[in-house]
Design a protein around this ligand. Sequence first.
Ligand SMILES: Nc1ncnc2c1ncn2[C@@H]1O[C@H](COP(=O)(O)OP(=O)(O)OP(=O)(O)O)[C@@H](O)[C@H]1O
Ligand SMILES: [Mg+2]
Length: 245
Amino acid sequence: MTVTYDRKTEIAGQLRHVDKWYGQHQVLQDVSLAIGSGEIIALVGRSGSGKSTVLRVLAGLSDDHSGERLVAGAPALAFQEPRLFPWRTVRTNVGYGLTRFRLPRGEVASRADQALADVGLADRADAWPLTLSGGQAQRVSLARALVAEPQLLLLDEPFGALDALTRLSMHGLLLELWHRHGFGVLLVTHDVNEAVALADRVLVLDGGRVVHQTEISDPRRPTGSPSPQTDQHRAELLAQLGVQI
Ligand SMILES: Nc1ncnc2c1ncn2[C@@H]1O[C@H](COP(=O)(O)OP(=O)(O)OP(=O)(O)O)[C@@H](O)[C@H]1O
Ligand SMILES: [Mg+2]
């Protein structure tokens, strides 16, 4: 069952007791989670644990699960690879995020330009995707996700393919956009450091179940000022993932 809220609510997105099977293989088992309005939740887990499947269910891309899905408005999605249309300009790619609103073309272009300005790419609106760097393409993908002002942003390893410096600057950009717009975020990541640096809460998925939750005691502490709690959170999560340090 799906319930969609159109108004601003306390909850940006929620799953209740969701099970999902691929044939004989159960990939999600009784998954319940909630992303509060304006909250950043990170979802970590080993490869194949079901992270992308959780995201797909929340995004409304799965219709054969049981349990409940509740979302505020239409969630926006961005993936590890930017998935831009190479035959469309950057502006038109971003405008694609507004398709369902059937707005006049001029309105679409001006909103797309605003979203591109938000991610620092106002000057690349007329460029072709293939002429962008990996980091720039990922910014365009973020602009396309955010152009419709979603209340829930679903990110599937969005920074995984970027080099370390670009990844850090994307963290800064995500937080800046989040401060400005206040959407809720579900961030799927393999990177425990990224999860601890960005999230309010980190959930661990194992074999399709949520097996652990770490509440970050001092979320989004500036980088360069590590705290004993940060190390503790990281160690706790790595232990949950079966990594000994
Ligand atoms: N379309 C599909 N058909 C059949 N099985 C699938 C399909 N998509 C995913 N699965 C299976 O569901 C399980 C969970 O996959 P999922 O992609 O959600 O994992 P993940 O945690 O995102 O992994 P990764 O970290 O590698 O991206 C895996 O066992 C996978 O093989
Ligand atoms: Mg995945």
